[in-house]
Ligand binder design. Structure first.
Ligand code: NAD
Length: 473
């Protein structure tokens, strides 16, 4: 294989996109190198005794950028993960946080094992042992490095991480802020579980609301009626599909690793999930066409394709066959750099992962703030706002002489709950960040694709941090 057509690794793909964006900056080379490289890579092995006996597992924690602290990023549980993948994901976290103005550097962790092959008590032993390895080297802590869930891990694992950290740090008042994505009863925040999928919906709503951009793609304005295919029905894919469906999108295709189902008239997301639970497979869903080779679903007729499973799913091999006009990247790194060039030549809009799936880290930021403040969002002001609205309603009633009904009153005079505040903060973040990226695109005469514009947005913000820290002139 010649150097020019050598398959790039995941991290090389991320860096190729970074390099493309640097052509539009005037920052010095040294500063750009500092932003691009991983600041610290901790690769380690640790022994565990599970129900299978003694085993040695491999773990990583990569801290990509210290321009802001703490650093932040999920922990991946996968038997195929390697160091390059963790570095790529850590780098994406840095750019993602910068794009959505979440004041963290990027990081990522991983344990090389398949949790599906272990009992839940084995997974607990492995998670706690991995956490103690992070504590040993100061790779976890509320002001140092704050992990979260990623592929293969979830709220349950994050509760074990928090408990292990607290046990090693008795009396540390902010201990719960050492990890996010915890269950609500263990210091989590309402709305975190569905945040990434909800953020994808807000991002798509904002993108499809721009009539000029939609016209250029040959699409009508708005998400309503758009035909959508989602790959991966896990946390990200399921919630993205569900919120898009509720927002008027028509889910025509759903793909899991065992196959995919397609129905041009639309699929009910919850009914498909229920069918998969009952039968053990997504295939044979009543009224839908089976696609035995799951990856073929990516090439089916639709307006929007949401890859929400794993990286490197859209490659230069299948990109020519893709019919979607918008690729909405739910997963991290689902489109290779080569594939993106093919898509851009076909005038396909690619909404990049580092923006579109940032809902998770945004709400993780809210969870971290909640843990540090030790108070639930809405607790202090909900009643106050409720009575303020109530006073306004009374004033309107007095001046019009017409009373509001009880249902009108309860709808209007309502103070926000935690979930309302979280969702409002998420929508504000996703909308603002999209418009920042779109403005960068516009100010460069529209010649930039959205990913390059997002990288440019991130690079400029991180460069400013380094300059403000006095590290670079
Ligand atoms: P998950 O484990 O909950 O779900 C992944 C789903 O994809 C699973 O249902 C799995 O069976 C399916 N899948 C695996 N291989 C597939 C294939 N070849 N074809 C179709 N389906 C396949 O993981 P998740 O948390 O939803 O993460 C998915 C992606 O989103 C990852 O790239 C992750 O890094 C990224 N991400 C997750 C979050 C988050 O908050 N969970 C945030 C940002 C980005």
């Amino acid at each position: 294989m010649s150097a020019s057509n050598k398959k790039l690794s995941f991290f090389e793909n991320v860096n190729r996109n970074f390099d493309r964006a640097t052509a539009f900056t005037t920052h010095p080379k040294g500063l750009l190198e500092q932003i691009k490289g991983c600041n610290s890579v901790y690769s380690f092995q640790f022994p565990v005794r599970t129900s299978k006996g003694f085993e040695t597992l491999h773990g990583w924690r990569v801290e990509h950028s210290y321009h802001k602290l703490p650093v932040k990023g999920g922990i991946r549980y996968s038997d195929t993960v390697d160091e390059d993948e963790v570095k790529a994901l850590a780098a994406l976290m840095t750019y993602k946080c910068a794009v959505v103005d979440v004041p963290f550097g990027g990081a990522k962790g991983a344990i090389k094992f398949d949790p599906k092959n272990y009992s839940s008590s084995d997974v607990e032993i492995i998670t706690r042992r991995y956490t103690s390895e992070l504590i040993r080297k100061n790779y976890i802590g509320p002001g140092v490095d704050v992990p979260a869930p990623d592929y293969g891990s979830g709220a349950r694992e994050m509760a074990w991480v928090a408990d292990t950290y607290a046990a090693f740090n008795p009396g540390k008042i902010d201990a719960l802020a050492c990890v996010t994505g915890k269950p609500v009863a263990e210091g989590g925040v309402r709305g975190r579980n569905e945040a990434t999928g909800r953020g994808i919906y807000y991002g798509l709503k904002e993108a499809t609301d721009n009539s000029e951009d939609m016209k250029a793609l040959g699409l009508s304005r708005g998400l309503s009626g758009k035909r959508i295919i989602v790959q991966g029905l896990g946390n990200v894919g399921y919630h993205a599909a569900k919120f898009c469906q509720e927002g008027g999108g028509v889910i025509v295709g759903l793909a899991e690793y065992e196959g995919a189902v397609y129905n041009s008239k639309g699929l009910d997301v919850d009914a498909v999930v229920q069918h998969r639970k009952e039968t053990g497979s997504i295939l044979k869903f009543p009224g839908a066409t089976d696609i035995e080779i799951s990856a073929k679903a990516l090439e089916m007729e639709c307006d929007i394709l949401i890859p929400a499973a794993l990286e490197e799913q859209i490659t230069s091999v299948n990109a020519p066959g893709i019919k979607a006009r918008i690729i909405a990247e739910g997963a991290n790194g689902p489109t290779t750099a080569d594939a993106e060039q093919v898509l851009l030549q076909k005038n396909v809009m690619v909404i990049p992962d580092m923006y579109l799936n940032a809902g998770g880290v945004t709400v993780s930021y809210f969870e971290w703030l909640k843990n540090l403040s030790h108070v639930r969002f809405g607790r202090m002001d909900k009643r106050f706002e409720q009575s303020a609205f109530d006073r306004i309603l009374h004033a309107v009633e007095d001046s019009t002489g017409k009373p509001f009904s009880d249902s009108e009153r309860s709808k209007i005079a309502k103070g926000p709950d935690e979930i309302d505040i979280v969702n409002s903060g998420l929508e504000e973040t996703m909308t603002n960040a999209y418009n920042q990226i779109r403005d960068i695109q516009k100010s460069n005469n529209g010649i930039l694709d959205l990913r390059t514009a997002a990288f440019l947005s991130a690079i400029n913000k991180i460069a400013t941090s380094y300059i403000e820290l006095g590290i670079f002139p």
